[in-house]
Design a protein around this ligand. Sequence first.
Ligand SMILES: *[C@@H]1O[C@H](CO)[C@@H](O)[C@H](O)[C@H]1NC(C)=O
Ligand SMILES: *[C@@H]1O[C@H](CO)[C@@H](O)[C@H](O)[C@H]1NC(C)=O
Ligand SMILES: *[C@@H]1O[C@H](CO)[C@@H](O)[C@H](O)[C@H]1NC(C)=O
Length: 460
Amino acid sequence: MVTSCQLLLLILLLHFSLFHYISSVGINYGTLGNNLPSPKKVAQLLQSTLINKVKIYDTNPEILEAFSNTGIDLIVAVENYHVSNISSDVSAADEWFATRVVPFIPATSIVAIAVGNEYLTTSSAQLDSNALVQAMQNLHAVLTARGLDRKIKVSTPHSMAVLASSFPPSSSTFAPNLVQTIGAILGFLADTGAPFMVNAYPYFAYRDNPATVNLQYALLGNATGVRDPKGYVYNNMLDAQIDAVRSAINALGFGNRSVEITVSESGWPSKGDPSDTAATPENAKTYNTRLIERAQSNKGTPMKPKDKIEVFVFALFNENKKKGSATERNFGIFNGDGSKVYNVDLSCDFCSNNGGTFGFGEKVSSGVVRGPSVWCVAKPQADEKVLQAVLDFCCGPGGVDCREIYESGDCFQPDRLLAHASYAMNAYYQMHGRNYWNCDFKGSGLVTFSDPSKLTTCIL
Ligand SMILES: *[C@@H]1O[C@H](CO)[C@@H](O)[C@H](O)[C@H]1NC(C)=O
Ligand SMILES: *[C@@H]1O[C@H](CO)[C@@H](O)[C@H](O)[C@H]1NC(C)=O
Ligand SMILES: *[C@@H]1O[C@H](CO)[C@@H](O)[C@H](O)[C@H]1NC(C)=O
């Protein structure tokens, strides 16, 4: 239908041109715990916070399903052990994509695939660095063939250990043995418009050198600053780490080709072994509060002040089954029961009902989990033909999961076109970032700030 296609095209165009500038806060959602809430609960609760991007470490179908129609973007991952399989040929990559990802899109908004995690600096699995680049290329070929390469980017998160040295930031380079592989990866990222991902932890730098590293500098708040020989002044180590990566990228000749840097992990543990004296709830609260403020700002780094940096906090939960030192199990902002390990403000003015400071796992006085405070519903006087077309669009090409309003679904009643269309329009609107143009629907949609649950109890 021409009108729906035009509508979809317009929405997509606006989506691509404007979304880039909306500040966002991402979080890593690891699941190595035996006391974690269900993915559905996690998705529901995250919707009431300012977090709008979630990175996971696999393609857990329960998680992918749970985040459908939530308005939260997801980054999924190819596990390190599966990289070699995907590198073997494009059909292996296509099989991975078709079985793990396709069943959940577009209802679940998947925006990137992380191929491996710290693959080049993980020795345990006899990993082959050529396989990494080949796997990324194969996945991109799959996305291109399916017309999804603009929506879904392919990248790979590195550890800071890919650098030969990180100080001073302006003269940092990649480790000589990795230069060739990282050069190939950078070429791929520049060609495909994907970011260079790095996991950056000032915490570990401080822990390993407490005598020489200033704690406030590691905690993102050194008032005097540290000066780089080229004149840049750093008030925090994270910025210095990002610029060290930038210098290393430039040293490989990519200075003129834009490769964005994304901090795919950063965080601070609230607890550790007795020797980890800086792993305290106070320090973790300070670091993550500042990190989240930074992620919401449009600030770049001293070397590129205008280039906003996307950040994924590590991590959502304390993961009690994680191996390694005690700190590894204590990077979470939340305990398994959804309570906060320490107080970090994740309230979202826009999605809050009352502008209060309720966060994840905290409930409004009525005991009802907070949903969004703005909805999109069908205008009561809207033309039925238009509403039916909108409903068909939303539940079809629009990507809304409409099973709940079909005859066997929990939201089938009231069986009225107005209620069903409102359900679908609202889901579409929430899923696409609550922009007014996502609630136009040929003039049949209405943005409302009052709870529409009287119309249908199924609207959050
Ligand atoms: C890759 O994995 C798929 C499914 O897991 C399997 O069928 C296939 O044989 C594997 N290919 C290689 C080259 O290991
Ligand atoms: C900032 O860090 C520098 C270098 O480590 C240190 O000399 C200075 O005292 C720190 N300033 C503050 C206010 O902590
Ligand atoms: C980058 O661009 C500048 C100015 O446009 C130019 O002088 C320089 O040679 C370029 N460097 C590379 C590596 O292409």
